[in-house]
Design a protein around this ligand. Structure first.
Ligand code: FMN
Length: 197
């Protein structure tokens, strides 16, 4: 077992390696890098779940990052989650700490974050406290014009807290692994036709 946790940064941005989400991940990688072995995957370059499976298997913890697109996550992330369905509740996910980053212009990102965290919990992941944040153009603009009023808004500095909590959860999961159980999961028939009328 390596001394440092292995953390996979999964960039689900529509804009791939050059977008806002990639820049957000760069910020986080700078915080995590001194304390973890980082690997990065960009779904725009390697779409779907199959290509990511070896990196997921090797990771002790995950970061998933996406933009907000019409109140939802990116189509790359939707495709990834759909193709990941047969792996629900497997060791790829079970008990793995995951942090989520969402970027947006102004509206919809918190809904994306909450729903994404819900899906990841259902797949089997663990959510450390304060491990999801939304960075918005609106909050950034407000902070530039009225820093006092924007004090409570999420900002890039909050990534330090997210990084700390993810590292703490990854360390705990490695030193004292829990005996998580899974309920029965349908891995083959979830996409069957069930309407007979
Ligand atoms: C097709 C499209 C739809 C978008 N929909 C929303 C939205 O519903 N709410 C919002 O606040 N921003 C929206 N945005 C802005 C993006 O969420 C924002 O620029 C984000 O940082 C993009 O991340 P990326 O550069 O990594 O792709 C949208 C952008 C695009 C291209």
């Amino acid at each position: 077992m390596p001394a440092r946790p292995r953390i996979l940064l999964l960039n689900a941005s529509l804009a791939g390696d050059t977008g806002n989400t990639a820049a957000l991940l760069d910020h986080l990688a700078a915080r995590l890098g001194p304390h973890a072995e980082l690997s990065r995957l960009t779904l725009a370059n390697t779409p779907g779940f199959a290509a990511c499976q070896p990196a997921l298997a090797a990771a002790d913890a995950l970061v998933i990052a996406t933009g907000t697109h019409w109140d939802s996550w990116s189509s790359h992330l939707q495709h990834f989650l759909e193709t990941a369905t047969p792996a629900e509740g497997t060791a790829l996910w079970l008990g793995k700490p995951v942090a989520c980053l969402v970027s947006e212009h102004s509206v919809g990102g918190k809904g994306v974050l909450s729903r994404l965290q819900g899906v990841l919990l259902t797949l089997g992941c663990m959510l450390p406290p304060m491990s999801g944040l939304v960075l918005s153009l609106a909050a950034q603009t407000a902070a530039e014009h009225d820093p006092a009023a924007a004090e409570d808004f999420w900002c890039a500095d909050d990534l330090a807290i997210l990084a700390h909590n993810l590292l703490a959860a990854a360390a705990q999961a490695r030193t004292t692994p829990a005996n998580w159980l899974t309920w029965p999961v349908d891995r083959t028939g979830f996409d069957r036709r069930w309407i007979h009328v």
